[in-house]
Ligand binder design. Structure first.
Ligand code: PBG
Length: 317
């Protein structure tokens, strides 16, 4: 393990995530979906207590989440118009700055990807033959990251899995005065069957093909670990495995090899499966959820993105 000085200064909220304590409610990150042009917030049938929020309803949601003890949020911004060239900068600006203005104590990570933006639902731009155009994707994604930072994002969370995106985000952030904005990379992200409910929420299912050319193959352990090491070398501050439960064996090795706080994303399909079991009388939702969180903690997960972060205090008791 390299012993390098930490690149950014950690404020109190980031120190909670980075600490090597067991998981506790301060280490949970609450996902929020903000949908441009939506008139009324929509409930998600597969994810209990998760909503597709309007720009207005999300303010109430964050107010009540802060009261419940949440500090960290990850925002998924779903623009009304799909475009492969234009960035919906005014939507980003409104969505992020109105939350920051109202709730400066919140820590807002913004998921950086193109799948909710593009006409084809892939995480990057495509060549004419349908294959991924990695260099133009990285350039476009970095412009998104900068637009988020300019709108007041506290942290950038790239989930697209294009090669070299962490280095490129770091460069554009640093050269524009955002060297203290941390990057939390989805550093070991698998091609998975467990993202289904999310894709409905974020309007981001690929129109054709799948994500196997840019997401990792679950059968390959070396690739999985190397992918996180590369992101560390490119300047990521926080690493992540995803889906969480099916990558539990990788958290320890990644943390040991990189020395970086490594967390997990308990993804929509994992969360929904607990919900469906409970709904059919096969388990108690809260105890089953607590069990999964205890397992993430045992595995050394430094933080956890989970749809029930807002119930963290209650469930961890
Ligand atoms: C965007 C993204 C996805 C998730 C987080 N960011 C979907 C995907 O890669 O297809 C999944 C999260 C979840 O299932 O809860 N790329």
């Amino acid at each position: 393990m390299e012993t390098k000085q930490r690149r950014i200064r950690l404020n109190a909220a980031l120190r909670d995530l980075a600490s090597s304590e067991s998981l506790n409610y301060k280490k949970l990150i609450q996902p929020l979906f903000i949908v441009e042009g939506l008139n009324e917030r929509e409930k998600m049938d597969s994810l209990p207590d998760v909503f597709r929020d309007t720009e207005r309803s999300v303010l109430k949601q964050v107010e009540s989440d802060l009261k419940a003890g949440v500090t960290h949020f990850i925002l998924f911004l779903v623009p009304e118009l799909k475009s492969n060239t234009e960035l919906p900068k005014s939507f980003y600006e409104r969505a992020i700055s109105s939350l920051k203005k109202e709730f400066p104590e919140s820590f807002l990570w913004i998921d950086t990807c193109m799948c909710s933006l593009t006409t084809h639902g892939h995480c990057g731009l495509l060549h004419k033959d349908g294959s991924i155009d990695n260099p133009s994707s990285v350039k476009h994604l970095s412009e998104i990251a900068l637009a988020y930072a300019l709108s007041g994002a506290d942290g950038i969370a790239p989930s697209d899995m294009m090669d070299g995106r962490v280095a490129s985000h770091r460069r554009i952030l640093d050269t524009n005065g955002f060297s203290q904005v941390p990057v939390m990379s989805y550093s070991t992200k698998f091609k998975s069957n467990f993202y289904g409910p999310f894709r409905a929420a974020a309007d981001s299912a690929p129109g054709h093909g799948d994500r196997s050319s840019y997401q990792i193959d679950v059968r390959n352990r070396e690739d999985s670990i190397l992918s996180s090491i590369r992101d560390q070398e490119e300047g990521a501050d926080f690493l992540m495995v995803k889906p969480g439960m099916t990558s539990i064996d990788l958290i320890g090795p990644i943390r040991e090899k990189t020395g970086l706080p490594t967390g997990a994303y308990q993804v929509s399909g994992e969360f929904a499966s607990i919900h469906y079991l409970a709904q059919n009388g096969f388990c108690d939702f809260d105890s089953a959820l607590r069990e999964t969180w205890q397992i993430f903690s045992r595995a050394g997960s430094a933080y956890l993105i989970t749809y029930a972060a807002r119930r963290g205090k209650e469930i961890f008791q």
